[in-house]
Design a protein around this ligand. Structure first.
Ligand SMILES: [Fe+2]
Length: 213
């Protein structure tokens, strides 16, 4: 599993617990889970309850504080990922990667999940710049037996272990799906790592026309 990496330590375990608490404390931020195919009502590929977090948004101090901790944790794991694979960044366009500051918390009730094989790289036109996704990350926030992420061609299953961070290629080489638990609830935080620089990306976001209300 050369390009599927997992990380575990005390800080990640603490962060996972914090995500669990936040999810329970903030039902006002819950929304029906969406994937690139559409919302759950029209796309049965993904059934979940989500909270979208935007690290740049400082209007909600609790959400911002959690986003800040997630950005730091993913950045730390990314640094390790690249240190262990020196060639990776050398062959990457622009030779630069950054943690996309828009990411999601997702809760899957028993029987729910991102059930279909998919990859995270798409040509969809949205604010996360999906065409520039190089890696995806998932932080599993609770222990759920036999309900992690399975990779088709690698014939590999990453377990949902509280505080375990997985980083893997977003592209078609790493087609994957969530393994569904019939009796347990699973909570994850997840997002992407894009090619380019965070500064340039943020400038690009600022230049986007405002979304209609
Ligand atoms: Fe995915």
């Amino acid at each position: 599993m050369q390009l599927i990496a997992t990380y575990q330590d005390g800080d990640l375990a603490e962060l996972g617990a914090r995500v669990m608490d936040f999810f329970e404390e903030r039902p006002d931020l819950h929304s029906s889970g969406a994937s690139f195919g559409g919302v759950a009502a029209t796309n049965p590929d993904k059934v979940s309850t989500d909270i979208s977090l935007v690290w740049l948004d400082r209007s909600d101090s609790q959400a911002h504080s959690l986003s800040d901790a997630i950005m730091l944790a993913v950045s730390r794991c990314l640094k390790q990922y690249l240190a262990d694979r020196r060639i990776f960044l050398q062959v990457c366009p622009e030779r630069s990667l950054f943690v996309n500051p828009i990411f999601n918390l997702q809760r899957y009730l028993p029987g729910e999940g991102f059930k279909n094989w998919h990859c995270d790289w798409t040509t969809a036109d949205d604010a996360t710049d999906p065409i520039k996704r190089v890696l995806a990350w998932i932080l599993y926030c609770n222990d759920v037996e036999n309900a992690g992420t399975e990779f088709l061609w690698q014939e590999h299953h990453v377990e949902a272990i509280a505080g375990q961070m997985a980083i893997f290629p977003a592209g078609m080489s790493h087609v994957h799906r969530g393994r569904v638990s019939p009796d347990c609830t699973k909570v994850i935080a997840t997002g992407w790592i894009n090619v380019g620089s965070l500064d340039a990306y943020v400038q690009g976001l600022a230049a986007l026309p405002p979304r209609p209300a």
